[in-house]
Design a protein around this ligand. Structure first.
Ligand SMILES: [Zn+2]
Length: 221
């Protein structure tokens, strides 16, 4: 589903269709954020094709974090299309250590493929556009948010949802650290589209800022 210009949002439909929300940013360098579970990739692929985009043109798969329900299909895009998988260096370190345990906990095979690129907090230049990456730990140690200031887009992974926030009771999680990260992201101005890793999109700058305040209120109780 096209949100705006080159922004496509594939929200959760059912556990048979997809698991997490996925975002695709179109352009000369197409970027897919959080491709979801491997076994559900054919369903997501169909939606992308239906939107007139050739999945083989996706060259960068950016993982907000290393939980399998968000990143497992990255290896398929790497194998089938030569896409590069990327995450923050802090998340890669976690993924190479305790983060990998999520696969066995969820009864999944260990992932194939490689994290071919690490992306630091700061600018991510895609040629025709520059995204801003923010390191927002708390759900995992190296979680990322992706901000596209010109389009008012913020992709938050499992940092913040509509009226809720990402679990902090998994290994690598921290309630005080996620509070700091949410607080940091709440200061961004002009966010019109907050696309979280699960649940509905939050549309409109006033709704986005009210949601940040509401969630920070819960965290301060
Ligand atoms: Zn997660």
């Amino acid at each position: 589903m096209q949100v705006k210009n080159s922004i496509y949002f594939y929200p959760f439909i059912s556990s048979m269709e997809n698991n997490c929300n996925t975002v695709l940013i179109d352009g000369p360098e197409k970027i897919l954020i959080d491709p979801g579970h491997k076994h559900l990739w054919p369903k997501l692929r169909r939606q992308i094709v239906d939107d007139g985009i050739n999945p083989a043109d996706i060259k960068l798969v950016l993982h907000t974090h290393c939980h399998p329900d968000h990143m497992e299909a990255g290896q398929v895009l790497e194998a089938d299309y030569g896409a590069t998988q990327a995450m923050s260096p802090q998340e890669k370190e976690f993924y190479d250590g305790p983060g990998l345990q999520f696969y066995s906990w969820m009864g999944l095979d260990l992932p194939g493929g490689n994290i071919g690129r690490v992306v630091e907090e700061g600018k991510l230049d895609l040629g025709d556009k520059v995204l801003e990456l923010y390191l927002t730990p708390g759900h995992t140690p190296g979680s990322l948010c992706i901000h596209w200031p010109e389009e008012g887009l913020l992709v938050t992974g499992d940092l913040i949802f509509a009226t809720s926030y990402g679990r902090t009771d998994f290994v690598g999680g921290s309630q005080s650290i996620i509070t700091d990260s949410i607080s940091k992201m709440s200061t961004l101005e002009g966010v019109e589209f907050l696309l979280p890793g699960h649940g509905p999109a939050i549309m409109g700058t006033s709704r986005v800022s009210r949601n940040f305040q509401y969630v920070l209120g819960i965290l301060s109780e």
